[in-house]
Design a protein around this ligand. Structure first.
Ligand SMILES: Nc1ncnc2c1ncn2[C@@H]1O[C@H](COP(=O)(O)OP(=O)(O)OP(=O)(O)O)[C@@H](O)[C@H]1O
Ligand SMILES: [Mg+2]
Length: 341
């Protein structure tokens, strides 16, 4: 079966320093050789520290930055280097929801104007019934009665309501994939839960897939089917959510999980590794070998010399750590019942 989204060898490098007549001083390796696959209706979480390249990867998928190298195939069709016409069709299928909808909604446009625009641009409706179509959209994202919202401006809504409008705008063109970049991070807990419920309902009803970019591992655990962990432009581990949380196979993933707050005191006591320390190395000059070796609690000599290959485990779980197979030994399992014998 053809995957909905298939990314291979994706690189996005940004020049630093240069100018019109000056050569750049170097390149930021924001995304550096990423392979990712997303199936129809799947929720893939993308996690990692600030600056590791999550947003850049999302923007490359949306066509907002041009990849330096690599391929992005959507439902089997190459997207990189597409003509403007073909890209328009693609943009109907792939939409983005941002962290702060207030930044991405035009403050001078009413809800009707904001939501009618994508409907018309992609010819989803004719101008005659656009108000009806907008009301239906508002209904779907839980803003009802829809007609009472049509003539209001973004500043007249709460943060949660604005995020619903941001989601409605993405839904307007009937997408198959939504890249959600920290879409619930700025919301307080009860509103966050409501928005996550809404996203999950839309996924069930429409078979939508999400690339869900977040810092919040608690949300990942309850929301995502699979998790990809990024470090300095690379995906270092990927696997089904349960499997990755039960036994992270990369010391970096382990450190991230350990750094996230836990409510369970038994699990909290079971933490043995030191928290993540040291600065993230510059993405303009990533360390040789395994990029994480400068901060890794279990690094050995080979780690600074050789880039690790992928080690595969059950259910498509893999890790790019030389010692992935020893993960159960260098750390306590989170759920003893799932520890391999
Ligand atoms: N347009 C750009 N020009 C130059 N460098 C950039 C550009 N956009 C991003 N970068 C750099 O690329 C790297 C990855 O940035 P990116 O925003 O993708 O990280 P992120 O994982 O989304 O971080 P955060 O969690 O803080 O949102 C960073 O070093 C950033 O400074
Ligand atoms: Mg970001």
């Amino acid at each position: 079966m053809t995957a909905l989204l298939e990314i291979t060898g994706l690189e996005v490098h940004f020049p630093i320093g240069g100018g019109l007549f000056r050569r750049p001083r170097g390149m930021v390796h924001a995304v550096d050789g990423v392979d990712l696959t997303l199936e129809e209706g799947e929720i893939l979480a993308l996690v990692g520290e600030s600056g590791c390249g999550k947003t850049t990867l999302g923007r490359a998928i949306l066509g907002l930055v041009e990849p330096t190298a690599g391929s992005i195939r959507f439902a089997g069709t190459e997207v990189v280097g597409q003509t403007a016409d073909a890209r328009r069709d693609y943009h109907r299928h792939v939409q983005m929801v941002f962290q702060d909808p207030y930044d991405s909604l035009n403050p001078r446009k009413t809800v009707l104007q904001t939501l009618a625009q994508p409907l018309e641009r992609h010819r989803v409706v004719t101008s005659g019934d656009r108000a009806d179509a907008v009301v239906r959209l508002l209904d779907r994202v839980g803003l009802s009665p829809g007609p009472s919202f049509l003539d209001r401006y973004p500043h007249q809504f709460s943060g949660g309501q604005r995020q619903r409008i941001g989601i409605a705008r993405a839904l307007a063109v009937e997408p198959r994939l939504i890249v959600a970049d920290e879409a619930v991070s700025a919301l307080d807990i009860s509103i966050r839960a409501q928005i996550l419920d809404l996203l999950r309902r839309l996924q069930r009803e429409d078979g939508l897939a999400y690339l869900f970019i977040t810092h919040d591992l608690g949300v990942v655990r309850s929301f995502a089917d699979r998790v990809a962990v990024m470090y300095l432009g690379e995906v270092v581990e990927e696997g089904p959510t349960d499997s990755l949380f039960a036994l992270p196979r990369h010391p970096y993933s382990r450190a991230l999980l350990d750094a996230s707050p836990v409510a369970d005191p038994v699990r909290a006591r079971a933490r043995r590794t030191a928290p993540l320390t040291g600065d993230v190395p510059s993405p303009a000059d990533p360390p040789p070998g395994c990029r994480f070796h400068t901060r890794c609690p279990v690094a050995r000599a080979i780690c600074s010399r050789e880039a690790p290959a992928r080690h595969s485990f059950a259910d498509g779980h893999w890790s790019a750590c030389h010692f992935a197979a020893e993960a159960a030994r260098w750390q306590p399992a989170r759920h003893p019942e799932t520890t391999p014998a």
